[in-house]
Design a protein around this ligand. Sequence first.
Ligand SMILES: *Cc1c(COP(=O)(O)O)cnc(C)c1O
Length: 377
Amino acid sequence: MKMNPIQMVDLKSQYLRIKPEIDAAIQHVLDSTAFIQGAPVKEFEESLSQYTGNKYVISCGNGTDALTAALMALEIGPGDEVVTTPFTFIATVEAIALVGAKPVFVDVCEETFTLDVNRLESAITPKTKAIIPVHLYGQCADMEPILNIANQHNIRVIEDACQAIGTEYHFADGSVKQAGTMGTVGCLSFFPSKNLGCFGDGGALMTNDADLAGKLRSICRHGSSERYHHERIGLNSRLDTLQAAILTVKLDHLQEYITARKEAATYYHAALSDLDWLSLPASSPYSTHTYHQFTVRVKNGRRDALKQHLADKGIPSAIYYPVPAHLQPAYASLNHHKGDFPMAEQLCEEVLSLPMHTELTKEQLDYICHTIKNFPL
Ligand SMILES: *Cc1c(COP(=O)(O)O)cnc(C)c1O
């Protein structure tokens, strides 16, 4: 029997596995025609609140809106600075720029690709209003020291947890918290390829602060808590009822999805750890890894050649991200140059994400690993 073609993400097979449940949930929404703010939206928010342990969950249109709404609710705007890393999906930086604040970058650590805590304090100025740590590829940034530094300087922490739903952070006192539940507010994306993905765009905000939750909800609903009365300038950012119904079904499977990803990662680790020209995702002492991506670093300047070698054998791979935020033309006004954030720049040259999803078979993993091992250096 021929092996199924390998994909970066296999949404079709994942859907087919739970097709009856999903189809019934969709049909239910079609029958109700309550396409905006129907009952499944509240139901999903409650399920997510239970899953994450956050008191308040406010669903919204997508992860970028979640970040933007968080900054708006904290009244961050022109004249303010927000610290984040240049090695992230552009949405993190875009949200800061959209509210008129200035993105201030801190380079990332070599091991986890997340914000380098040792460089954080020197980036903080009297204008700093918030830090946005990014839990990249499914691993938490080192939140305990980040939260401590933020507290000392009385600045807020907005977690970009778009890639890390279900990832657990371990504090020194033994307590464990999920990504997106540790800061002032946590942001999630349900883009189809995320670990919990819907069938279009979707996102959510999470907080334990009642006051902030009210503001966030109002902002995502045109700055309104009572229909046609607008207390602030807001956004039109809602999770469609259809997406909420789909997400409620999929949230019940999230733990299985995470397990499947971890199993694929274990397979990669076992098969590839002895290649000295490849560095595999490191496990950190403080965070679990939910493998939104399985991202390796290819040494000796051979990343693009490995990518081509894999493509020649029918194996897709991807570069997240080829250009760091500080060198993107859209942010040229920040006046950064090559060399400003060397770790982020080096990673952009070396990283390669291998196929990672919930439907990878042993046969496919074996073929991928075999092909990598046969890469002529
Ligand atoms: C996906 C993602 C976002 C944005 O989410 P959308 O739902 O696509 O708007 C933001 N930050 C990170 C790190 C992401 O991976």
